[in-house]
Design a protein around this ligand. Structure first.
Ligand SMILES: NC(=O)c1ccc[n+]([C@@H]2O[C@H](COP(=O)([O-])OP(=O)(O)OC[C@H]3O[C@@H](n4cnc5c(N)ncnc54)[C@H](OP(=O)(O)O)[C@@H]3O)[C@@H](O)[C@H]2O)c1
Length: 248
């Protein structure tokens, strides 16, 4: 497994769900992990404790990814203290599920604001530092829904497709500076986000997954761990599907 000793990683939404599994996985590989959260402070504290118990190190890093000023301030604080950021995992995400005719402008603003603009704000803030170091690894969480669409998830699908376009543009923009930018597109992963899905939709999805199970947060964390490690140094602008074959 890749050795991330002496590297500093920022995982947005790292306090719970898939982000928590990613934070713990990067911690096990030796990275110092900055665990971002917006409102789930208690969950983030538990994650930090687990990180320390498993022999890792990290810090809590509260900010709203949708707020550019908060992001800039938080990243500045990390860089002032640790002198660098090597890894950014843009994991924070929200969904607002409804038919288009029922989705409000507020719903759209929230989903695009967190998923797309949040990814943009964090990337912009860390890449300045990565460019100076001529090294960096950025992984963005997309979704199978951004690849194949889903009725009732137009805002979420648009945001996750947007992340794929942004990933490819940044991969081209930053390649000459030694920075790779990739996306991971999970299928259906068992987290709070998917327990909120209607039972009928969950059953429909399950029937269409060749590996016949939902994924785990750990399945996603494994792909992210690979992409941020030295073994993935020739991989950029790619979308790695972790979906049990749901889309291929
Ligand atoms: N679960 C799935 O099946 C699945 C499938 C495909 C893709 N994904 C993607 O994987 C990522 C993680 O999903 P999940 O299932 O773990 O979701 P989740 O359980 O709902 O967790 C969402 C995470 O995002 C954070 N977050 C939300 N808004 C934020 C903001 N404005 N600023 C900072 N953090 C914010 C939350 O932190 P707070 O609670 O502190 O706000 C939480 O840690 C998302 O990008 C999601 O779209 C998930």
């Amino acid at each position: 497994m890749p050795d991330l000793k002496d590297q500093i990683a920022l995982v947005t939404g790292g306090g719970r769900g898939i982000g928590k599994a990613i934070a713990l996985a990067l911690g096990r590989l030796g990275a110092g992990v900055m665990i971002n959260y917006r409102q789930s402070r208690e969950a983030a504290e538990v994650t930090l404790k687990e990180l320390v118990v498993q022999g890792g190190s990290g810090e809590l890093c509260p900010f709203d990814v949708a707020d550019e000023n908060q992001v800039e301030e938080a990243v500045k604080k990390i860089v002032d203290q640790h002198k660098k950021i090597d890894i950014l995992v843009n994991n924070a995400g929200v969904t607002s599920d409804n038919l288009l005719v029922r989705l409000t402008a507020e719903d759209w603003n929230r989903v695009i604001g967190v998923n797309v603009k949040g990814t943009v704000h964090c990337t912009k803030a860390v890449c300045r530092r990565m460019i100076r170091e001529r090294y960096g690894r950025i992984v963005n969480l997309s979704s199978v829904v951004g690849q194949i669409g889903n009725a009732g998830q137009s805002a979420y699908a648009a945001s996750k497709a947007g992340i794929i376009g942004f990933t490819k543009a940044m991969a081209r923009e930053l390649a000459s500076r030694g920075i790779t930018v990739n996306a991971v597109a999970p299928g259906l992963i068992d987290t709070e986000m998917t327990t909120r899905l209607p039972e009928k939709l969950r059953d429909e999805f399950l029937r269409s997954i060749p590996l016949a199970r939902f994924g785990t947060s750990q399945d996603v964390a494994e792909a992210v761990s690979f992409l941020v490690g030295p073994g993935a140094s020739y991989i950029t602008g790619q979308v790695i599907n972790v979906n049990g074959g749901l889309y291929m």
